[in-house]
Each structure stands twice: as structure tokens, then as C-alpha cells.
Ligand binder design. Structure first.
Ligand SMILES: Cc1cc2nc3c(=O)[nH]c(=O)nc-3n(C[C@H](O)[C@H](O)[C@H](O)COP(=O)(O)OP(=O)(O)OC[C@H]3O[C@@H](n4cnc5c(N)ncnc54)[C@H](O)[C@@H]3O)c2cc1C
Length: 398
């Protein structure tokens, strides 16, 4: 006989305990709005998953100013520019000088540690190792979802509002009726081969390199751990790549007459990261709202995924706060439209950076030269540099 679910009642039921779900939960609790977060994975798995690292100033402020007491200001590494490298030459962009803004390198798993600790400290109801398997009645005033915990016990969360913060393969997203939604997407004929290596920094700023052999990104984690990526085939097998082969490939993509050389060390993590651009419209249906990767995905070139997730959280939190303090649901009704403005700007920026810096296999030589012309136009003009700098560091007023 099917098990009768145990009923839990709350105001906001959040599916997914990634950065978007935990940040929303934290802000809601701070405003006295009861909520429950249900997360499929255990704490250790999320803590050990290496993902984003580049935070816009707005995301840093959210972490620093909302009472999380995290380490973003003490342990984050503030960067005031990047280096665009093409034709074997460096073209530094100074964000502080161009648009008076910076970004901060602070790894997503550290953000998770900070958010999870703040939720635990404040008595937040976050249930790890619990998978949501059913979402019901989102068109009614009493929407609910069911989840099963690690021991097989079934629960039903009854709430006023449900939030899908369950990442790029979102279960919540699939519950919205086909007739009310539209999906916009682009796929790319390449992926990124990502590594973590125990090595010193190769350069003070991140290097984005366009080369005839394909794109490379030389990024950082700390003084002794570096993150590097190179463009690869989406079906590439990490087992086929020895450490030496990986560094040879990276080196030939950043090489130039200036003799630039990567600093190398043992590699302890290798992954192939698929690429796509995706947006769901609208981001809500009835009483179900999507935030973060559940509603949109960007290729990582512009480092916008986590930043957009936090931007969605800000818009949805303000709408929920207004609803619970005044009973007026106007902002909730406008959530999707408001969030989509920034999402489409970020989609454009991520697509632009991706197409300007990558070289798909078999690319027409005209297209390769065209991309170099575009890089030259951007780096040789103050306006071009400012356009890139403003987008990379995050549009201040949207
Ligand atoms: C290698 C890599 C590098 C990146 N670099 C950057 C960068 O530099 N800057 C940047 O801004 N972004 C970057 N991103 C993107 C960024 O990591 C994501 O945009 C971000 O994680 C989105 O947060 P989220 O909370 O929306 O989704 P997620 O972090 O995916 O969290 C969703 C959570 O929902 C849970 N879940 C899923 N289904 C269920 C279910 N049915 N029931 C319960 N829980 C469920 C999942 O376990 C997961 O923990 C990168 C991504 C990758 C993969």
C-alpha cells in the first residue's frame, strides 16, 4: 500500500538547495517569512562540486551585506581586469579604470559552505538528501510538492508559493504546461575541458585566449590552486588526456612572441563541461516561480550563471517581501518580466563572448579573421573596452 505522506506546512516551499535556493531561503527567513528548502544531494557532495568562481560586485554585496557572515570579503580575491589574448599578444582591460568596477574570485563551493552554515546557525529548515518527485496544484492557492527522504519516508510540503531552484535539469520547470510556455535555446559544437591544478598563478589576471587551435581560459582559485579550461569536442574523454598532454594543449593556445609560459603542477580534477544557451519564458506559472539555472542557462564564457541566479533571487525576494508585508501581489506578477530583462542581457553577452573567442572545428577562415577583427575593434577602442567591462562586472542598475 502506498505510504501516506507526512504533511509539512510553510509559506514558501523551495526545491533545490544550490546557491539560488539557499540565498532565497536566507533572505526570506531574515524577513520573517517561513520557508523549507528540499535538496536532492547530501551536504558533502555539493561542497565538493567545483563550479563557478567569478562574482559581480552585486553578488558580493548580497553575500556580504545580508548577515551571512561569510568569508567573501576576507577570502575572496578581488580582480580589476582581464587579459584578452589573440594573435599571441596580450590586451589587458582595466575594469576599475574603464567602469570603476571589479569582480571577485570566490569559489561556488565556498559560497555553499557559507550559506549552509548561515541557514544552520539561524535554524533554517533545509532538508538534504531529499528528492522532490511530484509538484501539485500550482494553479490553486494551496500548491504542494512531495519528496522522499534518505530513509524512504514521504513528505508533502503545503505552501502559499513554490520556487523551482533545482538547476539546469529542473524537475519544476517540466511541470509547467506546454501551452503556457516557450523555450529559447542554442547549442554549440564545442565544450570546455576544465582542470584544477596545484600550481602557482601564471599571470595576475584571468586570460581569455583566442588562438587558431581554439579557446583557452587561464583562471585562478588561490595562490596555489589554478583553474584552466580549453575548448574541446563535446564527446572528449578525460581519460585520454594525461597531465602533460593537457598542459601542451593549453600552452600552444596561449603561446606568443612575448614567450608567455604557463606555470604547471599536478592536476587533481578533470571535467568536460557542455555548453548551451537556454531561457524559459515566462519564469512562473500559477504559484510556481523559477530562479537560477532552472529558468535559464548560459555558456560559462561570460561567467554569468551564478550571478544571474543571485539577481533572480533579489527580484523574487523583493516581490515576496512586498506580498507578505502588504498583501499586494503586483511585484510577484511582474517577477518574470523584471528578471528576464537582465537574463537576456546576460544571454547576449555570454553568446557574444563565446562566438568572439572560440574557433569551431572546420571554421571558415573568413570567420576566424572576422573574430580577430572583432577582438581588435573591442580592445583598440575605449568604448569597446567599456562595453565589455560593464557587462563582465555586471550592469549596475538592472
Ligand atoms: C564548471 C562550471 C563553471 C562555472 N563558472 C561560473 C562562473 O565563473 N560564474 C558564474 O556566475 N557561473 C558559473 N557557472 C554556473 C553556475 O555554477 C550556476 O549558474 C549556478 O550553480 C546556478 O545556481 P542554482 O542554484 O540555480 O543551480 P544549482 O547550483 O545547479 O543548484 C540546484 C540544486 O537543486 C538540486 N535539485 C535538482 N533536482 C532536485 C529535485 N528534484 N529535488 C531536490 N533538489 C533538486 C540539485 O541537487 C542542486 O543542488 C559555472 C558552472 C559550471 C558547471
Amino acid at each position: 500500500m502506498a505510504q501516506e505522506p507526512r504533511i509539512l506546512r510553510t509559506k514558501v516551499g523551495i526545491i533545490g538547495g544550490g546557491p539560488a535556493g539557499l540565498m532565497l531561503s536566507h533572505l526570506l527567513s531574515g524577513a520573517g517569512i517561513e520557508n523549507i528548502v528540499v535538496e536532492k544531494n547530501d551536504h558533502e557532495t555539493i561542497r565538493n562540486t567545483h563550479r563557478a568562481g567569478i562574482l559581480e560586485a552585486q553578488a558580493v554585496r548580497m553575500l556580504a551585506d545580508s548577515g551571512i557572515e561569510g568569508r567573501v570579503l576576507s577570502h575572496g580575491d578581488e580582480h580589476s581586469g582581464i587579459d584578452l589574448r589573440f594573435n599571441g599578444e596580450s590586451h589587458p582591460l582595466d575594469f576599475r579604470e574603464l567602469v570603476d568596477a571589479t569582480v571577485t574570485l570566490y569559489a561556488q563551493n565556498e559560497i555553499f559552505v557559507d550559506l549552509a552554515a548561515a541557514r544552520a546557525r539561524d535554524g533554517g529548515d533545509v532538508r538534504y538528501s531529499c528528492e522532490v518527485t511530484e509538484i501539485l496544484d500550482v494553479e490553486s492557492n494551496n500548491p504542494k510538492f512531495r519528496f522522499t527522504d534518505a530513509n524512504g519516508a514521504v513528505y508533502e510540503v503545503h505552501a502559499d508559493i513554490l520556487v523551482g531552484a533545482d538547476g539546469s535539469r529542473s524537475f519544476a520547470r517540466r511541470q509547467m504546461p506546454q501551452s503556457t510556455r516557450q523555450d529559447f535555446k542554442v547549442s554549440y559544437p564545442f565544450a570546455w575541458f576544465g582542470i584544477l591544478t596545484e600550481a602557482p598563478k601564471s599571470a595576475p589576471e584571468l586570460i581569455y585566449a583566442n588562438s587558431p587551435h581554439g579557446f583557452a581560459l587561464i583562471s585562478q582559485r588561490s595562490d596555489s590552486v589554478q583553474r584552466m579550461y580549453f575548448q574541446c569536442d563535446p564527446n572528449e574523454n578525460v581519460e585520454d588526456w594525461s597531465d602533460d598532454r593537457i598542459f601542451d594543449e593549453l600552452q600552444r593556445r596561449v603561446a606568443g612572441p612575448d614567450g608567455f609560459e604557463l606555470k604547471t603542477g599536478p592536476i587533481f580534477d578533470k571535467t568536460v563541461l557542455g555548453f548551451r544557451s537556454f531561457v524559459r519564458e515566462p519564469l512562473s506559472h500559477g504559484r510556481l516561480f523559477l530562479i537560477g539555472d532552472a529558468g535559464h542557462t548560459v555558456p560559462p564564457t561570460g561567467a554569468k550563471g551564478l550571478n544571474l541566479a543571485f539577481a533572480d533571487v533579489k527580484v523574487l525576494f523583493e516581490a515576496l517581501d512586498s506580498y507578505y508585508s502588504t498583501g499586494d501581489d503586483t511585484l510577484l506578477g511582474g517577477y518574470s518580466q523584471q528578471a528576464l530583462k537582465r537574463i537576456w542581457k546576460a544571454q547576449n553577452f555570454s553568446y557574444w563572448m563565446t562566438s568572439m573567442l572560440h574557433t569551431p572545428v572546420g571554421t571558415d577562415p573568413f570567420m576566424m579573421r572576422r573574430a580577430l577583427g572583432e577582438l581588435d575593434s573591442v580592445t583598440s577602442s575605449t568604448y569597446g573596452q567599456q562595453y565589455l567591462a560593464e557587462a563582465y562586472t555586471g550592469w549596475p542598475n538592472s
